[in-house]
Design a protein around this ligand. Structure first.
Ligand code: FAD
Length: 457
């Protein structure tokens, strides 16, 4: 009987899974394999929140495989060595996996292809597993990738998506292939107390609930910081416990302005992936440099630390930074304004902020994180690279009665109304009673410094 290996990476699901479908084509046995590779940790990708979420995902994947007569095989060690070892144990000549865009993943894929070929085996890499539209599937006439979102989105929208694939009903795993013990969420320390649950079961449930009662109001509510009117599907899209192709198809079936706006955000995700696929160095280097000489030294380090700890003295910035620490997730509007604050108001290098986000975000994703940071720093694909978000104006606009700030900044929990965004306007005694810090810098001073740095004053 034919046997194939399916290597799972950031596609931890059984539904709509092209590598699994190809491996099972015509029947036969499958080894569903996940390799826990210490090189991923060494490269700085492993963070407690993502490891805990991953543990949920692996357990759920194993449970779903067992319901179908199979099981997940977990190995620990160098991914290439382990995949080759499992392929030999299962006596198979084909290995399937999803494509990925980071330099790390690309190098791994190449090494794996060479190692398998040396053993007379073949690697099949499938696209449109982690994206709705594969990187490179749509390109402008004169370049290998789109650098501006709007024309990309036009082409992306016109691109036909593949059909959603069925979830297999039965899976046979060869008995002779053993597995290491699956990790548990409880094994991981340093996890945010409000971290959400991982796994395909949770992801599918969330998508269904979101499409039933959430997406309709998305267009009006997506920027409402306190209202929590976004899907919170990002960790599931990152770990692939949800298929972006399926999410787009299902949202389009719901239809309407909300669903359209939601689908557009998924296109943003694909957009960043096609940029990173074409320019892998954008994970660490300016995509479009302004030759910034970011602040360094003790004062900048102290400012960055105040930002990380959520004690900048700007309530909406601090609320968002505390939400990040507590939940391992932050509202998109919060991400935008905290990133603007660090890179423009404090004029600290975007890589400092991106690193902190990657240390905490459960959806922390190289393409989305680094390129959104570059967008906000003005070194990326934003066509208005010098825009600065004013945290007071942003707070008043997107958290008009201050509910978001009161939820996350406990010193200000008793301050009623919009004045919570400007605690310096409270009567002196009341203000002192809150114990809330003074602003690390005045907004005017920050703006002036930024303009000078960019040669605009
Ligand atoms: C500085 C900064 C860092 C970010 N880092 C990440 C990250 O590491 N991982 C990540 O998934 N997103 C990141 N984002 C994008 C965005 O903030 C999150 O995807 C979104 O907040 C997740 O919440 P949601 O699932 O409720 O989103 P929804 O608003 O419900 O959107 C649906 C999906 O669309 C995608 N999406 C939404 N906004 C964007 C965007 N601006 N760029 C790319 N994809 C988007 C996400 O996959 C999201 O789950 C970052 C944004 C900024 C400004």
């Amino acid at each position: 009987m034919r046997t194939s290996v399916v290597v799972f990476t950031c596609d931890l699901r059984l539904s709509d899974h092209p590598p699994l479908r190809a491996a099972r084509y015509g029947g036969g046995r499958v080894v569903p394999l996940f390799v826990r590779d210490p090189a991923v940790d060494r490269a700085g990708f492993a963070a407690p929140n993502r490891l805990a979420f991953l543990a949920d995902c692996l357990r759920d994947l194993d449970a779903r495989l067992r319901e179908r007569g199979g099981r997940l095989v977990l190995r620990e060690g160098d991914a290439v060595t382990e995949v080759c070892r499992v392929a030999a144990e299962a006596d198979t000549d084909e290995v399937h996996m999803a494509d990925d865009v980071s330099a790390f993943a690309r190098a791994r894929e190449q090494r794996l292809r060479r190692a398998l070929e040396a053993d007379g085996r073949r690697l099949y890499v499938h696209d449109a597993v982690s994206t709705a539209v594969a990187p490179g599937a749509v390109t402008p006439a004169s370049s290998d990738h789109f650098a501006v979102f709007t024309p990309y989105y036009r082409r992306w929208s016109a691109q036909g998506l593949r059909d959603v694939l069925d979830t297999p009903r039965a899976i046979t795993v060869p008995e002779e292939v053993g597995s290491a013990q699956l990790p548990e969420r409880g094994d991981v320390s340093g996890v945010s107390p409000g971290l959400c649950a991982g796994g395909e079961t949770a992801g599918r449930r969330r998508l269904t609930a979101w499409l039933r009662s959430g997406v309709d109001a998305y267009e009006e509510r997506h920027d409402d910081l306190a209202g929590d009117g976004t899907s919170r599907l990002s960790p599931h899209l990152h770990f692939g416990t949800l298929s972006p192709v399926e999410a787009v198809h299902r949202a389009r079936r719901v239809g309407g302005a909300g669903a359209e706006a939601f689908v557009r955000q998924i296109a943003w995700r694909d957009f960043h992936r096609q940029v990173l696929a074409a320019r892998p160095d954008a994970a660490a280097r300016d995509y479009r440099t302004h030759h910034d000489r970011w602040r360094g030294g003790k004062n900048a380090a102290a400012d960055a630390e105040a930002w990380r700890e959520g004690r900048t003295g700007y309530p909406v910035v601090d609320a968002a930074m505390r939400q990040l620490r507590h939940e391992g997730w932050m509202h998109n509007r919060g991400r935008l304004l905290t990133a603007s604050f660090l890179t423009k108001t404090l004029y600290v290098d975007w890589r400092v902020g991106a690193r902190h986000f990657l240390d905490l975000l459960v959806d922390g994703d190289l393409a989305n994180n680094q390129l959104n940071w570059q967008w906000m720093a003005g070194t990326g694909t934003d066509t208005r690279p010098n825009r600065v978000l004013n945290p007071v104006t942003q707070g008043k606009r997107y958290d008009p009665d201050g509910a978001y700030v009161r939820r996350w900044v406990e010193e200000l929990a008793g301050v009623q109304g919009a004045v919570v965004h400007e605690p310096w306007n409270l009567p002196a005694q009341e203000r002192a009673r809150t114990g809330y810090p003074k602003p690390v810098v005045s907004l005017a001073e920050g703006l002036d410094r930024f303009k000078r740095a960019r040669g605009r004053s």
